[in-house]
Design a protein around this ligand. Structure first.
Ligand SMILES: [Zn+2]
Length: 195
């Protein structure tokens, strides 16, 4: 794996892990699936191994990704779902042919319709997005507090007050920025306005 490719940001929710393959959307955006092979790598890491991916399939994947991002953002802000995003999510869900498989150990695995069909993998991701946007799962769509990120993430914390898409990246950076700002203020009381 060439070192110049940015790492993946992996979370516990498939659909928002997928939207996190483009980060810092409101800042200097980082594309984490810049090539078809990187999408193949990402799918393999997420239990959706495919043999190959074309440029057209990568484009379709990115179209789905941005549609999920748009619909999830609208859900978090309680706006109407963008019709084009809904259409693309549904098309991807309909086109996918994947089966949930129960392993003898009691785990769920996905079996794709054929080894090389990226569309089957995208169908699984689209269905996952539908389940969180439709409110079927225990959690709440929220937007990352980082102004350069604003990623939609699925908050499963008990209090539903998670602020950042990722504690190790956005959360840490925000904490450091706040710490530095406080240092500059030379001991003035910590402001809690930034949430
Ligand atoms: Zn973030």
């Amino acid at each position: 794996m060439p070192a110049e490719f940015p790492d993946f940001r992996l979370g516990s929710v498939l659909a928002t892990s997928f939207t996190a393959t483009l980060t810092e959307r409101r800042g200097k955006a980082v594309e984490r699936i810049p090539t078809p092979q990187r999408l193949v790598d990402w799918l393999a890491v997420n239990g959706l191994a495919v043999e190959s991916c074309t440029t057209a399939q990568l484009e379709l994947a990115r179209e789905l990704r941005e549609s999920i991002h748009a619909a999830a953002t609208a859900t978090a802000t309680r706006d109407a779902l963008p019709a084009s995003a809904v259409r693309i999510i549904n098309e991807c869900s309909i086109q996918g042919r994947a089966a949930a498989i129960l392993t003898p150990e009691g785990d769920r695995r996905w079996r794709l319709g054929s080894a090389s069909r990226v569309e089957d993998a995208l169908g699984v991701i689209a269905a996952d997005a539908i389940s969180i946007i439709a409110g079927e799962r225990d959690g709440k769509m929220a937007l990352c507090a980082s102004p350069t990120c604003r990623a939609a993430f699925f908050d499963t914390s008990q209090s539903r007050t998670r602020k950042w898409c990722d504690m190790n990246t956005c959360g840490n950076r925000q904490k450091k920025a706040r710490f530095n700002a406080n240092q500059r203020k030379n001991g003035t009381a910590e402001r809690t306005g930034v949430t």
